[in-house]
Design a protein around this ligand. Structure first.
Ligand code: A3P
Length: 298
């Protein structure tokens, strides 16, 4: 009797371990892009660079681009052109940070801080004047709130003192133009520097709000810009009700972006929101003029 009871308990423990292991495999599995590198693969300078904007959906963009079999993506942000300590290590170091890619594959890296760093455009041009640049933008106020939320969580992890959004955003009753999260949403200021160095045709703009609502049409435009064979299709995406975002599917493996993507934003007083929307109206118009297209921002 005791033996059979022991046997039943052991059986359930074993089954539970198998289920936990399977769950861990599904949820913790690395990017789909990291499937076995082919034997003839090598590391090369990137053909494509996602230059920003921070908190506009850069991770979603690179992960969705990796669904294409002709794309090999660097897993982490390289910060080669914006951090002098990395830049001084030279091109060989940069190449060593790239993923293995087989011949015919395009290599892509993303470092959102490139967009707002003044010295980066010229550095990229010098290394690869033919680089194709992807810039994802998002409604500037929403991006600012996402930026604040990101910093809030970083400080929480490091047990640093927190500041309310209002304290950072307002100074003497006016918007504080020195607040970094606000400055990063002034897209025209930063974009102008890129267009001083690269022709407009080298930069493809991705609509980050549209990518959240429905990723496929935005990804088809990216494929077209990169002259990739049309491959990404509706079966690559499914809406996850719990996450509230589209998740990715490739060869029946499904995964959502990390929990740090798609956070709740802080509640902001309506008066401050109105101030922000009013403030961004003119910079947005300048940005639209600069890039020759509009976005659905109020
Ligand atoms: P929030 O967390 O503020 O919602 P980045 O990767 O550049 O840091 O951008 C993060 C933002 O990507 C998230 O901001 C989220 O809104 C957006 N995003 C776009 N598509 C997403 C997706 N499929 N899953 C999760 N987040 C996505």
């Amino acid at each position: 009797m005791i033996m059979s009871l022991l046997f039943v308990v052991l059986f359930f423990v074993l089954m539970a371990s198998v289920i936990v292991a399977l769950l861990l495999f599904v949820t913790q599995s690395p990017s789909l892009a990291t499937a076995d590198p082919p034997a003839n693969a090598s590391r090369r300078l990137p053909d494509i660079i996602i230059i920003g904007v921070r908190k506009a959906g850069t991770r979603a963009l690179i992960e969705m681009l990796s669904l294409h079999s002709d794309v090999a993506a660097a897993q982490s942000e390289v910060h080669f052109f914006d951090w002098d300590s990395h830049y001084r290590r030279g091109a060989d170091w940069y190449v060593s940070q790239m993923p293995l890619a087989r011949s015919g594959q395009l290599t892509v890296e993303k470092t959102p801080a490139y967009f707002t760093s003044a010295r980066v455009p010229e550095r990229i041009r010098r290394m690869n004047p033919d680089a194709r640049l992807l810039l994802i933008v998002r409604e500037p106020t929403e991006r600012l709130l996402s930026d604040y939320t990101q910093v809030f969580h970083n400080r929480l992890e490091k047990r640093k003192r927190q500041q309310t959004l209002e304290t950072l955003l307002m100074r003497d009753g006016e918007l504080n133009l020195d607040y970094k999260a606000l400055n990063r949403s002034l897209y025209h200021v930063h974009m102008r520097r890129w267009l001083d160095v690269f022709p407009r045709s080298r930069v493809h703009l991705v609509d980050g709000d549209a990518l959240i609502r429905n990723p496929l049409p935005e990804m088809k435009k990216v494929e077209e810009f990169l002259h990739l064979e049309p491959q990404i299709n509706s079966s690559n995406f499914y809406f996850n009700q719990t996450k509230g975002f589209f998740c990715l599917r490739e060869r029946r493996r499904e995964r959502c972006l990390h929990g740090s993507k798609g956070r709740k934003h802080p509640r902001v007083a309506p008066a401050i929101l109105r101030k922000l929307h009013r403030f961004f109206h003119e910079p947005n118009r300048e940005f639209f003029q600069l890039v020759g297209r509009t976005f659905d921002w109020k």
